[in-house]
Design a protein around this ligand. Structure first.
Ligand SMILES: [Zn+2]
Length: 395
């Protein structure tokens, strides 16, 4: 993997850029949850980071607060620019960072006028791009896609939730979600690695913190065929127990919203505010409009959910099947492949908490998740896989 990260303080040198003939493509005005920001208070552009992989680059523009921005693509030379309204940028960030990875030539940021920060992405050869926003902290995320290489091997990225400073849900006896899900993920990796047709990567193999947008970036960067995020559930209602599997979609269901709010580390109120903005979000959430991906994610979720329940029922009593659900999980956002999020049991439930603390239960979970993933892969007609690969290869 050719991975490098950087911000505007790190400078690289790179010359030359292919001009692509493009007509002016589109203009979107995004209202990025403006709340009560008084006119005098400017939003700060606090950092610009990028993660670069073969065929894919993710740029993150960090903001101190919610902001309104416009976004446009221009030709001669091919570039994307973002005008962030009522904002300011520190001097040190007003530099030109050379990326030069074949997709993105460079990123430039500056105070365009008194009230506007302009960030320009100078493009090289790209096939597609996506823009979306995340809150708390406020970020504008730009995904840039280049040509991808096709592999017969299926690549699976497993994402053990949380880690490092973020423990996730905490159960009795200092039972941390981050430790449970890492152990299940490592066990799952061991099982799936035995299959010569599967290449498997973990977003983390240790107790380290990884920001949510970096997790899908790793999967996109690996050109993964599947992305599976593993979590453990928690509820104030200690009686609540069971296994559920999610895929990314909007929902009116309050319980599903609560689960996503907890995993997104935002409040339920903030989740509901996102819903109000959904009309606007629909325009930019090309993720959700990609029907095939939603259908595939739903199929994947179904296979894994069924397999977990069946696998556990063989060895345990009172296994509760909470089914396949959907909600708005940041960690699935921007995944360029079928993706799912598992809630493997409740740390807050006395029975399931005790089970999660046991190595055997975690091994049984890993085994049944592996079976579910393999069933999904074998159910997938090769043509369908090809179609989903081809769609990112542009004209
Ligand atoms: Zn979690």
């Amino acid at each position: 993997m050719n991975q490098c990260g950087g911000n505007l303080l790190e400078l690289f040198k790179k010359a030359g850029c292919g001009n692509i003939i493009l007509t002016s493509l589109f203009l979107i005005i995004v209202v990025f949850f403006p709340s009560f920001s008084p006119a005098a208070e400017k939003t700060g552009v606090t950092d610009i980071r990028y993660w670069s992989y073969s065929g894919y680059t993710r740029v993150v523009i960090d903001l101190s607060d919610e902001a309104v921005f416009t976004n446009n693509r221009l030709a001669f030379p091919d570039r994307l620019y973002f005008d962030i309204k009522n904002s300011s940028i520190r001097k040190e960030l007003q530099k030109n960072i050379s990326v030069g990875n074949g997709m993105l030539k460079s990123v430039r940021a500056g105070q365009h006028d008194k009230n506007t920060v302009r960030v320009v992405l100078d493009l090289e050869k790209i096939t597609d791009f996506k823009v979306f926003t995340l809150a708390k902290p406020s970020r504008i995320i730009v995904d840039i896609f280049g040509l991808k290489t096709f592999s017969v091997k299926k690549t699976i990225v497993i994402d053990p939730g949380h880690g490092g400073k973020d423990p996730g849900a905490i159960g009795p006896g200092r039972l941390y979600e981050k430790d449970i899900v890492l152990d299940v993920a490592l066990k799952l990796k061991k099982i799936l690695s035995k299959d010569p047709n599967i290449e498997i990567f973990l977003t983390r193999e240790k107790d380290v913190f990884i920001p949510l947008p970096k997790r899908t970036a790793i999967a996109n960067g690996r050109n993964a065929d599947l992305f599976v995020s593993i979590h453990a559930n928690a509820s104030r209602r200690k009686k609540l127990k069971g296994i559920e599997t999610y895929f990314l979609n909007w929902t009116d269901n309050e319980e599903a919203q609560k689960v996503a709010a907890r995993e997104n580390a935002i409040s339920l109120k903030q989740m509901k505010r996102l819903k109000k903005k959904m009309d606007i979000k629909d325009i930019i959430l090309s993720d959700l409009s990609r029907e095939y991906k939603r259908n595939e994610s739903m199929a994947l979720a179904n296979y894994v959910q069924k397999s977990m329940v069946k696998g556990l029922e063989r060895n345990y009593k009172n296994v509760v099947d909470l089914g396949v659900k959907w909600s708005y999980f940041y960690v699935l956002f921007g995944a360029d492949m079928p993706s799912t999020l598992l809630e493997i049991s409740f740390v807050s439930n006395p029975l399931e908490g005790r089970r999660l603390a046991k190595d055997k239960y975690r091994a049984d979970l890993a085994k049944s998740i592996a079976t579910g993933i393999k069933k999904y892969l074998s159910s997938m007609p090769e043509g369908q896989m090809l179609a989903s690969t081809v769609k990112t290869i542009g004209p």
